[in-house]
Design a protein around this ligand. Sequence first.
Ligand code: KG4
Ligand code: ZN
Length: 342
Amino acid sequence: MNILGFESSCDETGVAIVNTEQGLLAHAVHSQIDMHKAYGGVVPELASRDHIRRVLPLTYDVLKNASLTIEDIDAVAFTAGPGLSGALLVTASVAQAFAWSHDLPTIPIHHLEGHLLSPMLSPEVPEFPFVALLVSGGHTQLMRVDAVGQYELLGETLDDAAGEAFDKSAKLMGLPYPGGPHLAKLAQGGDPNRFQLPRPLKHSPNLDFSFSGLKTAVLTTLRKLEKEGEVSAQDYSDLAAATETAIVDVLGYKSIKAMKQSGLKRLVVAGGVGANIHLRSFLEKQMAKLGGEVFFPPLALCTDNGAMIAHAASERVKAGLVDLTERNYSTRIRTRWDLAEI
Ligand code: KG4
Ligand code: ZN
């Protein structure tokens, strides 16, 4: 069975085809980063308009690359939330109109479920149950995953997401949007120990996070440096290294705590921040010490894409969670949507 999947919850337009037996057949992503860069962040109205421009050409590309035609598609999946309303509406409308015109079932997908199951698109597939660390621009959560559709929230951020902490700190350092990868690059030549940044909630008894104080600490440090004279390239590098280390330290520490508390041996990391090399190597080392394993999505599928949406739909079909005889073309998008609700 071939599932065509769409994603447009934020600033990437993604389209993919997953076959329930053969896996990912083709996928294509268009990132709007260059367009939003000038504004230092995502401009929702521009995002929606660009999704409209990109979605059909990407769909034709994906069909061509998979050597399929529209007639070969058996179901249509799309991100139903959470995300920006105008952006979500684009592929939700295209997907449902397409499914309606071809009398196909639709499979609405929770964006975070897409991220959560995306490590299964790697050659090394994690078995259930596992703990998942979801770290994107909008979310930071630790979940226990017992099976497809069985998710229990273990802890989450009380304010900013880890990606947001990267992005906001990077912005203060004058780096382009989205700041995470730029900050990580700048940190390469820096001394992570020169500045001591806070690690809020690191030792709290639960598995929650808090990152909003970090950008304030970065700002305070910068102001202090500015008062002392011109901020040098080395100062910026050292501050970037301290910021990255603080975020990775808290994420890593809490993830390992979740492993110990749950008694599980497999950790799955998903979402854009999962591309961070230091986070990866910290978790690899710590999980090896625990006699466990850590799984990541392929690097190209860490950030938003259609493959994870089509794949999540495929897993839901295989788990018997989708009624393929149903024809519902009026699914509403949800800008806010708790994953534990599905
Ligand atoms: O999952 P994602 O593509 O989008 C959301 O659904 O939010 O994640 C994007 C986030 C951004 O905050 C970006 O700065 C961050 O992931 N990111 C990174 C790295 N690559 C992307 N953060 C730290 N280090 C990286 N290498
Ligand atoms: Zn995402």
